[in-house]
Write a protein that binds this ligand. Structure first.
Ligand SMILES: Cc1cc2nc3c(=O)[nH]c(=O)nc-3n(C[C@H](O)[C@H](O)[C@H](O)COP(=O)(O)OP(=O)(O)OC[C@H]3O[C@@H](n4cnc5c(N)ncnc54)[C@H](O)[C@@H]3O)c2cc1C
Length: 472
């Protein structure tokens, strides 16, 4: 095993500058503090020894090859919006930013695909597709994340209920392996059984197996019309009970999210974003896309009727762009609102079978409260991916917070497992959930994961200490 890693010396820094460009290389105090963590500094603050911005695949390959030859860790950085402590230099070394590799090629209409560099932002890819009357459906909450980050974390998001995950839209990719070789996983074809499906293995590998340097994504025809329903219920449990009823209707919803009123009020108070529907202890937000106004109306009518029969206090139909935006803007600002309203946060990102959503939500609240933690379960109710957000109030000491969150997480992961769920639905393992992975999956599975890691990265130089950990 290659521990301890070598420290980058002055000659190493000069070498990286010559492989890229001196203006795009920063060392020591010139590295901005934001590059020491992602959106969850709770999962580790680690200063890189060197920060490098690559402009093309050749540079990515050269820097990676340098790390491989000299036993220096390399960690890829997209926009740093990850929620798992993934894009951090846990063992020092080089942080390689791909934000400059943001080219978006013209839409390929014959194949209905779009090709882009890893640093292209999700919002720009969505807009480029829309400009051609097409649609890139994956819709994770953070639109300024990079498409490379989305693919390599297999980002989910609101519209997974109907359209699936980022994985379902990846046709092929170019990647750099830890030894610097440049490879292609699949090509722009609809199906492929040419050997092992490595493309699907590296999607969701959180930058531990390879570096994505270009990706081709599948597009769909844009839906003709869309609308959002807001159903306030007396409490979160009633909201959760409604989810299977919506799924049982003969119309596939695009998104089903739930949020407690308390959380909406936090966003209203801290970010001054009013939510358009008053009343109720919690709201269910349901979106439908359709190919005709008649189809949309039928879906909305059926869902509203079912909700009112099940105890909803109201069913507001948002069918203008402004009304729709007023709902989703508040939903999209929840993480920001929680950050403004607490000293720090911990997040449990479990996913449970849809049939177990209500049971999970009820038990999760009990568990966190029994450890004295304010808890706000919210999120992607339609696919059972419940973000169980724990908020730290100012009165809690570091020790109290650590002990209580650890105990809550241990119980919540046990609960998810018992209900047939998984430890993480979309935010991944990174560094933040590493210690919980082996107890969840068992030793045999971790050995398999380690074999996969070694098959790609036998020198353990690419994003070490994430998903799997090796000890010297
Ligand atoms: C407000 C908010 C809402 C969010 N909502 C969602 C949501 O609904 N669904 C969801 O799934 N996530 C969500 N996220 C999490 C985050 O946006 C996603 O994980 C996103 O995919 C990360 O992209 P990034 O460019 O920021 O990657 P980073 O945070 O920079 O990196 C994430 C991981 O990917 C690796 N990586 C990045 N780019 C590459 C590459 N080109 N090649 C190899 N490895 C790479 C990094 O090393 C790291 O391990 C949310 C985050 C925030 C802050």
């Amino acid at each position: 095993m290659p521990y301890p890693y070598r420290k980058l010396d002055a000659a190493g820094i000069e070498a990286i500058k010559s492989l890229t460009s001196p203006e795009r290389v920063k060392a020591g105090p010139d590295i901005l503090p934001e590059y020491c963590h992602d959106e969850m500094p709770e999962y580790g603050v680690f200063p890189p020894d060197l920060y490098v911005e690559a402009e093309n695949t050749g540079e990515v390959s050269a820097v990676m090859r340098y790390g491989y030859d000299h036993n220096i860790p390399v960690v890829v950085r997209g926009a740093g919006t990850g929620l798992a402590g993934g894009s951090t230099c846990k063992y020092g070394g080089i942080m390689l930013s791909l934000m400059r590799m943001n080219r978006i090629f013209p839409v390929d209409r014959k194949n209905q695909t779009i090709t882009c560099g890893p640093g292209a932002l999700l919002l720009d890819v969505q807009a480029a597709a829309a400009a051609e009357g097409l649609f890139y459906p994956p819709d994770p909450g953070e639109k300024t994340a990079t498409i490379g980050g989305n693919v390599i974390t297999n980002a989910g998001g609101m519209k997974a209920v109907r359209y699936g995950l980022t994985r379902d839209f990846v046709r092929c990719m170019e990647a750099v392996l830890p030894d610097g070789s440049i490879v292609n996983f699949s090509s722009n074809v609809v199906k492929n059984t040419t050997g092992y499906d490595v493309k699907d293995l590296v999607i969701g590998s959180e930058g531990t197996l390879c570096i994505l340097t270009q990706v081709t994504l599948k597009l769909l025809p844009a839906p003709k019309c869309t609308c959002t329903l807001v159903m306030p219920f007396p409490d979160l449990e009633a909201c959760a009970d409604m989810v299977p009823k919506v799924l049982d209707l003969p119309f596939t919803p695009t998104a089903i999210e739930f949020v407690e009123r308390e959380l909406l009020e936090i966003v209203e108070r801290t970010l001054n974003k009013p939510f358009p529907v008053p009343g109720g202890g919690a709201v269910l937000i349901v979106m439908y896309d359709a190919s005709s106004p008649g189809e949309l109306e039928a879906a909305c009518d059926a869902a509203c009727d079912a909700a009112l029969e099940s105890g909803a206090l109201d069913c507001m139909i948002a069918d203008t762009p402004e009304r729709i935006a007023s709902v989703w803007e508040v939903r999209g600002a929840i993480l920001e609102g929680m950050k403004a309203d607490s000293v720090s946060q911990e997040e449990c990102d479990v996913v449970v079978p849809r049939s177990a959503i209500a049971e999970y939500v009820k038990a999760a609240k009990r568990i966190a409260l029994s450890h004295g933690i304010r808890v706000e379960p919210c999120g992607h109710a339609g696919d059972g991916n419940i973000h169980t957000e724990m908020l730290r109030d100012s009165g809690m000491s570091d020790e109290e917070w650590k002990t209580a969150t650890h105990a809550s997480l241990t119980e919540l992961y046990d609960l998810s497992k018992r209900l047939g769920g998984q430890l993480s639905g979309e935010h991944g393992i990174g560094n933040g959930r590493l210690e919980f992975l082996e107890p969840f999956l068992g030793g045999r599975m971790i050995r398999l994961y380690k074999s996969i890691k070694l098959a790609f990265d036998e020198r353990l130089v690419l994003n070490p200490g994430k998903i799997v950990e090796y000890h010297a």
